[in-house]
Design a binder for this molecule. Sequence first.
Ligand code: SF4
Length: 379
Amino acid sequence: MLVKKISYYDEFQCLMGECPQSCCKGWRIPLDDKAIRRFRNEKGLWGLRLKMAMHGKVQPSFSPYCFRCPFLRMDGRCGMQLKKGEDYLAEICRIYPRIRFCPGNYTELQLDLSCVHVAELFMKHREEQFFVEKELDEEQEQTGDNDDTEYLQALDESRGQLMAAITDASADGDPDALGVALKNVVAYASTVQDKMMREGVDEPEALRSGFDLSEETDWLPECFPLPIALINQLMSTDFYQDGMQYVLPLLYKLCHMYYRRFDKLSYEEGEKEWNRLFRKHIAGHPERVKLYAAYYNSHLLRTYMECYEDYSFFKHTMTGVIGLNVIMLFETLWREKYGTLSEKELARIISVCERRVYHNEVVEKELMKEIMKEKAKTA
Ligand code: SF4
């Protein structure tokens, strides 16, 4: 089978006890059906520990309030893996931070930037957001049940076109050009989704028709930077939690930097301040425009093909814009305060933002609600 791996895939190795931001803290750990059955069948003290650790009746998880996995030991190692071996773990713990997409006739292997070491690899290989292809003998289990190969091909082509548009827009380091491209990508995705879901247009036709990224879009907010009012909505959701100071102290610190700077300002004042900070940051670091474009392309590479199963074009393109803006905001605030930011520090910022923006259903839903309100206002 043809296997496509993100260019730096084979460089990943878990930092284990040396990890500065363990993935066993700061989010809910969803359990798969096989693991739930396995854990529920355990007897004795171990069975009791498992039952006490599992929360929720329908689809139980560990760490439901996003604190720490009860099996994480003080030395940073996984107590469950040490006791029972890797095969015993829930699927998410076994495969994370690897992402596998196998629609049937080929497989894509990628890495999730919510892992701090993957974020470091992304920084190092920011200009290598492409797949390395290899024909392998091994079979891969299919990840969904859609078998429309024409749709799959059109989706892959459209992802390539969107990524090329983002790369082109960032080539001269012009933030406004990148802003227009981001907005057009989201508008295109929204149009495709409407054509498929509301007008009943066939998937390949909807994806291929009207691919015009230069069209003006008036219902979307500016995407680079996003209005501060929208970012403020994010901060008022589950994105921030008091307990974060123990499990994701870096994000806690970043959120407080934001509150200190913006809390006392009206929306108008906040917007002015945000734009001032943004322009100053980009003027001092014009190379960042390419990095942010690479980040968005990495997001498309990792999430766009999910539309093959869920048809959520708008969500997958918009969450990337939100994540990018939050990362940029925190980078800006950090530089304002400390004057400098190392690559490793930025990798840690990327990793915590990924955890809270993309792996948090409440945040995602709340944000989408706000954007849809904007859309309704202008419709
Ligand atoms: S965040 Fe990444 S490097 Fe750290 S423990 Fe988890 S998988 Fe390993």
